[in-house]
Design a protein around this ligand. Structure first.
Ligand SMILES: Cc1ncc(COP(=O)(O)O)c(C=O)c1O
Length: 399
């Protein structure tokens, strides 16, 4: 199968939701991926923040090999040897008490909404309102879209869930004005990812926790993109003193195999009981075993440190490039979640980067986003910066 054949098949048979980069990736090793024409790319988007251990990591391959011989899927009708253990490890890491495993991020967001609404309605009828942030992203299912603060994603699919209010990130007064006794949850990404790598102020997070507490509402943190080491700590909220009531995470958790989770503490941890929620695939034996492998890889702390060190190197290098190019309006980052915002469309630059052998992606039209693997080395950051520097020399008109 070559690229042209794959493009032709997709053009005829796929529901046309994706605008693909014209590259067919066929294999990966460490921080690199290889396309069908044999060309090698430094992978600084990692399947949108998923391949944190890079590609073909020996311990991941060994776990897949061993577990696939035993049992890949068994459903949640039965116990498997890994789900309870994984829940124990993840709740210890996050300060939560109980976990529910899903297939991905949006399904975890859906679960969080169900927890919040069912608990809210137990407290008082009509306590179902959710406060979310403008510019947020929580997934593409209808519930997750309902709390996603970007009209362009929501517009064609209404009516979505009622009772959702959007407030401006970091505007505590706006948040305070929106919270009421009808609020059952406030949901925040501690670092907005798809929104363009915007870190939420610790003071705003603390205010959200306090307001949620005062109003018997839950503080839900969406750590699907910024969690599990991406910012250099197990969870991004751990850079602050805030303790959420519910945490959702997914992306890198099972080393590329689909898995997500919502975790809760206090009354939120037990409000869903037998028969109130379920999923066929979530938390299967292979997925959970891989997630345990991922947590083992993080356990000695070295990768968190690497993420912090390399993140600083990447951000500083990008800031130096920004000083050379007036059309770069801002560089933002936390750990290995880094963005460069331009005053013009970013796609030509990202395409040029790909031509030069570096994969990143565009978000919000004008933002170059990088989510490098945690196992990268300083020389890979240097290589990425060299390529980015060359790509930024493209001469293009401003938007
Ligand atoms: C913060 C955040 N929440 C939710 C999602 C949705 O996750 P998924 O695509 O696995 O459904 C994403 C995906 O990019 C995300 O970044």
């Amino acid at each position: 199968m070559d690229l042209a054949q794959a493009q032709d098949l997709e053009a005829h048979y796929l529901i046309p939701t994706y605008t693909r980069v014209p590259l067919m990736l066929v294999r990966g090793k460490g921080v690199f991926v290889y396309a069908s024409d044999g060309k090698k790319y430094l992978d600084f988007i990692t399947g949108i923040g998923v391949n944190a251990l890079g590609h073909a990591h020996p311990r991941v391959l060994a776990a897949i090999r061993a577990q696939s011989k035993l049992l890949i899927h068994s459903s949640n009708l039965y116990l498997n040897p890994y789900q309870g253990l994984l829940a124990q490890r993840l709740t210890a890491l996050s300060g939560m008490e109980r976990a529910f495993f899903t297939v991905g991020g949006a399904e975890a967001a859906e679960g969080a909404i169900k927890v919040a609404r069912s608990l809210g309605q137990k407290i008082a009828p009509g306590k179902i309102e959710i406060i979310a942030l403008h510019n947020s992203f929580h997934g593409r299912t209808c519930g997750a879209l309902s709390i996603t603060g970007q009209p362009r994603y929501r517009a064609p699919f209404g009516p979505l869930l009622p009772g959702v209010h959007f407030v401006t990130p970091n505007d505590i007064a706006d948040l305070r004005a929106a919270v009421s006794e009808r609020t059952c949850a406030i949901i925040i990404e501690p670092v907005q990812g798809e929104g363009g790598i915007h870190e939420i102020d610790p003071a705003f997070l603390a205010a959200a926790a306090e307001l949620a507490h005062q109003h018997q509402a839950l503080l839900i943190l969406d750590e699907i993109q910024c969690g599990l080491g991406r910012t250099g700590k197990p969870f991004a909220f751990q850079w602050t003193d805030v303790q959420p009531d519910l945490v959702i995470t997914a992306k890198p958790i099972a080393c590329g195999y689909p898995l997500g989770v919502f975790m809760a503490r206090g009354p939120a941890a037990t409000v869903l009981d037998a028969g109130t929620h379920g999923t066929t695939f979530g938390g299967g034996p292979l997925a959970c075993r891989l997630a345990l492998e991922f947590l083992d890889a993080l356990a000695d702390g070295a990768l968190y440190q690497n993420v912090q060190t390399l993140g600083a190197q990447l951000k500083q290098g990008m800031q130096a490039l920004a000083r050379k190019h007036k059309f770069v309006t801002e560089v933002r980052g936390k750990g290995l979640m880094v963005a460069m915002e331009l005053d013009r469309p970013a796609a030509p630059y990202v395409n040029r980067m790909a031509e030069l052998g570096l994969l990143a992606n565009v978000t919000h039209d004008t933002i170059i986003r990088m989510l490098p693997p945690y196992i990268a080395e300083p020389k890979h950051i240097d290589q990425a910066l060299r390529i980015l520097g060359k790509a930024l020399k493209l001469k293009l008109p401003s938007a």
